[in-house]
Ligand binder design. Structure first.
Ligand SMILES: *[C@@H]1O[C@H](CO)[C@@H](O)[C@H](O)[C@H]1NC(C)=O
Ligand SMILES: *[C@@H]1O[C@H](CO)[C@@H](O)[C@H](O)[C@H]1NC(C)=O
Ligand SMILES: *[C@@H]1O[C@H](CO)[C@@H](O)[C@H](O)[C@H]1NC(C)=O
Ligand SMILES: *[C@@H]1O[C@H](CO)[C@@H](O)[C@H](O)[C@H]1NC(C)=O
Ligand SMILES: *[C@@H]1O[C@H](CO)[C@@H](O)[C@H](O)[C@H]1NC(C)=O
Ligand SMILES: *[C@@H]1O[C@H](CO)[C@@H](O)[C@H](O)[C@H]1NC(C)=O
Ligand SMILES: *[C@@H]1O[C@H](CO)[C@@H](O)[C@H](O)[C@H]1NC(C)=O
Ligand SMILES: *[C@@H]1O[C@H](CO)[C@@H](O)[C@H](O)[C@H]1NC(C)=O
Length: 699
């Protein structure tokens, strides 16, 4: 392993400052799309979400409250239960130096479906983590108050992750008040298990995700179900100045019972490896993992693990998504080399590849039919040699490399915090993995990647306050798919696509959104999964080729009559961030750089109007996809000059000409008083003939 290279590269990170990543094609502001909110006054930290697809319920764990919401419309609350930290506990917590108002509360951190009738929940409970059962019929706590140590952190600021597998809770968090003892454990009445408290096992980990991957039901080798954990920890294997963080994947086997003498009540199947997410030719290393989603789909041969990463020294604000195939992961754990620590001079340890003999059965392997023939039916009778070896060598030397050997997506100026992935069959039958990625500024990016590149379909502002997206879930029901996002201030529900926002065929196709297609008969952009059956003439092209569209050129140009010397504002709004706006006057491209014009985000201003300016103005949007240019007329204005003698025009003079449409007049009055015009007026007030106010008449 090239330790030197890795270290050098890490040091170089500061020097990289190249613009990276696709621009989201569309930016939806918070108010532009219909999102459903849930939040209650006096309740905060809606950080834990659990979706029950069969009951159509979204459970939300907030600070001292648990809610059950209708998953079709989360604004509809079905139940709530209060779970407060007791007064005496809060006092004790405050005595130990924690803030009584904030830290010494009960933050719900574990929210799992135990079985049909109960939820299993744990909260920090004023630094005395406690777990309980929620009766789903009455939506009440059972009052069991189990000690939640090892399942839930003491400190709400500490990391945590958990997954319920066959009524047993697997969790990764910290085990003590100070948060200094990390643990991955299984809570089970028969065989509770945990990690050894030792640096080679876990070294200041920050847990982000855990999930189960079931063994192939049809295989005859009796392979076990495996639980995977994802975290970033301080490296032991690289020597650096300061702490070098390493993203890890760790796994344990479901049938693990611990050892009999060695590793008693400890995992005998705990192994971990480094996850690689780098762009070697650009010297970029993404070594902090922020979230993971495991895509399991019947259309996939094997699950795919998607992770979002950021670099440790993120002064350039980069994020990346890397994807890993499960077989690559399994290969590393089942066939890879182990690492071992060697004492070099002055009791200094160094981790190197272990090249010696490996005991049999293979240390850390799950017990299956083949592993030890008939003699090892349980981890309890594994030989001491195997157990000793795995206790001392939990770290693999081989790393898990991403599919395609590079990230699926790299983006600058954003910090990705959460990810979920949907596998979608486009109209032509090709499958796309649509990634929904939450940012630390309250937005969600929807992206696809394909052979020749990456494309961010849209960026949607989920939270108006730009706070981090802390949890992201995706429901899997076809036709009624939603995203759910949790943050400190509330929960938001969003559809997976906003197809109906696209009003022309070209726009619908250029979106390159696998959920959307143009339906020529209705002249509308539809969500193909909401339709009963797929139409033959629907138009979709994920490659972005919109040449089969035949949008009608917009008729009914807007007519305006202006006064000599005045300023005209011709509206034209363009949503696509990838398109360019081009103005044409009498079919020639307008030189908007001339001082006579000013191109604003949503309009063109023409100053000092005279006879020569009357005529037809067209606003076109031109978007280039793979060297093909698609242009569409967004707006058409006809400008006419009118001689109005000595009319005092001002906000109140709106009533002047009889042909004026009152509604239009009123709304333009407001705009006229807007900031933009004030600024213009300021700029032009020395030019006497230029009147800042305009007369706008729609004929
Ligand atoms: C809380 O919900 C209301 C609608 O019920 C919404 O308008 C508001 O933006 C939400 N606040 C936050 C912080 O999400
Ligand atoms: C659910 O789990 C609880 C607690 O372990 C148990 O009492 C109950 O019988 C279980 N219910 C079902 C339907 O399995
Ligand atoms: C759950 O609550 C319902 C309604 O109060 C009650 O009838 C039922 O016995 C409870 N179940 C358990 C297992 O406590
Ligand atoms: C809880 O939310 C508040 C904002 O409402 C935030 O300042 C605080 O850091 C959050 N606490 C935790 C533990 O997430
Ligand atoms: C398992 O085998 C059955 C019958 O042979 C088949 O229908 C099913 O698709 C197989 N399942 C998997 C996961 O391969
Ligand atoms: C579907 O369309 C995409 C994008 O244009 C193309 O790359 C792919 O080959 C097409 N798939 C099929 C099955 O035609
Ligand atoms: C406005 O246009 C007239 C001719 O149409 C020209 O004489 C005058 O100088 C222009 N004023 C400004 C401020 O550009
Ligand atoms: C005035 O314009 C508005 C908006 O364009 C339209 O809804 C309304 O019917 C018009 N009224 C008249 C009297 O033309």
């Amino acid at each position: 392993m090239a330790l030197g290279v890795f270290y050098a590269v890490w040091g170089l990170l500061l020097e990289v400052a190249i613009a990276f990543g696709p621009v989201p094609r569309i930016t939806w502001e918070h108010r532009e799309v219909q999102l459903i909110h849930f939040n209650e006054s006096k309740v905060s930290n809606y950080s834990t979400l659990l979706l029950s697809e069969d009951k159509n319920v979204l459970y939300v764990g907030a600070r001292e409250v648990i809610f059950a919401l209708n998953a079709v419309n989360i604004a509809e609350k079905q139940h709530e239960l209060h779970w407060k930290a007791a007064e005496d506990k809060r006092t004790k917590c405050a005595v130990k130096g924690k803030s009584e108002q904030t830290e010494c509360r009960n933050y719900v951190r574990v929210l799992q479906q135990l079985n049909d009738t109960f939820l299993y929940v744990c909260g920090t409970n004023a630094f005395q983590p406690t777990c309980d059962y929620v009766n789903l019929t009455s939506f009440e706590l059972g009052g069991k108050n189990e000690d939640g140590k090892g399942r839930c952190p003491f400190d709400p600021a500490q990391s945590y992750t958990s997954v319920m597998v066959d009524e047993e809770l697997y969790s990764g968090t910290s085990y003590n008040f100070l948060g200094s003892e990390p643990i991955i454990s299984r809570h089970s009445h028969q065989s509770p298990l945990r990690t050894e408290y030792a640096i080679p096992w876990l070294n200041e980990p920050n847990f982000v995700f855990a999930d189960v991957i079931r063994a192939d039901q049809n295989s005859t080798d009796g392979e076990d179900d495996k639980i995977y954990f994802f975290f970033t920890e301080v490296s032991v294997e690289y020597e650096c100045i300061g702490k070098l963080m390493i993203p890890r994947i760790a796994r344990v086997c479901k049938r693990d019972q611990g050892g009999l003498r060695i590793l008693q009540k400890k995992w005998t199947s705990f192994l971990k490896a480094r996850l690689i997410c780098t762009i070697p030719d650009k010297n970029l290393i993404f070594n902090v993992i922020n979230d993971v989603f495991i895509l399991k789909s019947p259309t996939l041969k094997e699950p795919v693990i998607y992770g979002v990463f950021t670099p440790q020294l993120n002064n350039v604000g980069l994020s990346a998504v890397c994807a890993y195939s499960l077989s690559t992961v399994e290969e590393v754990f089942s066939k890879g080399k182990y690492m071992q620590s060697a004492i070099v001079e002055q009791a200094h340890t160094k981790w190197v590849r272990y090249n010696g003999e490996i005991p049999n059965p293979r240390p850390g392997a799950c017990i299956n039919n083949e592993a030890g023939g008939s003699s090892y039916m349980s981890s309890l009778n594994l030989p001491d040699k195997t157990l000793q070896f795995v206790r001392d060598h939990p770290l693999m030397d081989d790393s898990v490399t991403p599919m395609g050997d590079r990230p699926r997506l790299v983006k600058q100026d954003v910090k990705y915090t959460q990810i979920v992935v949907d596998r979608v069959r486009a109209l032509n039958g090709t499958m796309y993995d649509v990634m929904f990625i939450g940012t630390d500024r309250g937005a969600v990016h929807k992206a696809i990647s394909y052979e020749s590149g990456m494309h961010i379909i849209e960026e949607t502002q989920f939270f108006p306050d730009f706070e981090p997206v802390q949890t992201l879930l995706l429901s899997s029901k076809t036709g009624r798919k939603y995203l759910f996002a949790g943050s400190n201030s509330g929960v938001v529900q969003s559809p997976v696509a906003f197809c109906d926002k696209y009003t022309t065929c070209v726009d619908c196709v250029l979106a390159r959104d696998p959920y959307c297609a143009w339906k020529p008969l209705e002249a509308s952009c539809i969500d193909i999964f909401k339709e009963a059956e797929i139409g033959r003439n629907w138009i979709q092209n994920i490659g972005g080729d919109a040449s089969s569209c035949s949008d009608k050129v917009r008729e009914n140009p807007l007519q305006h009559t202006f006064k000599h010397g005045s300023t005209a504002e011709l509206k034209c709004s363009q949503k696509s961030n990838l398109a360019q706006v081009v103005w044409k006057f009498k079919d020639d491209v307008l030189r908007v750089e001339s001082p006579k014009y000013r191109l604003l985000e949503k309009a063109l201003l023409i100053f000092n109007l005279s006879e020569g300016d009357s005529g037809v103005y067209q606003c076109l949007s031109e978007e280039k996809v793979k060297n093909k240019k698609f242009s569409q007329v967004l707006a058409k204005h006809v400008l006419e000059l009118k001689k109005i003698q000595h009319t005092m025009v001002g906000p109140t003079a709106a009533a002047a000409p009889t042909e004026v449409n009152e509604t239009v007049q009123a709304s333009n009055c407001q705009q006229r008083q807007g900031k933009r015009f004030l600024a213009l007026w300021e700029q032009n007030r020395n030019q006497e003939e230029l009147t800042p106010t305009i007369q706008l008449v729609t004929l």
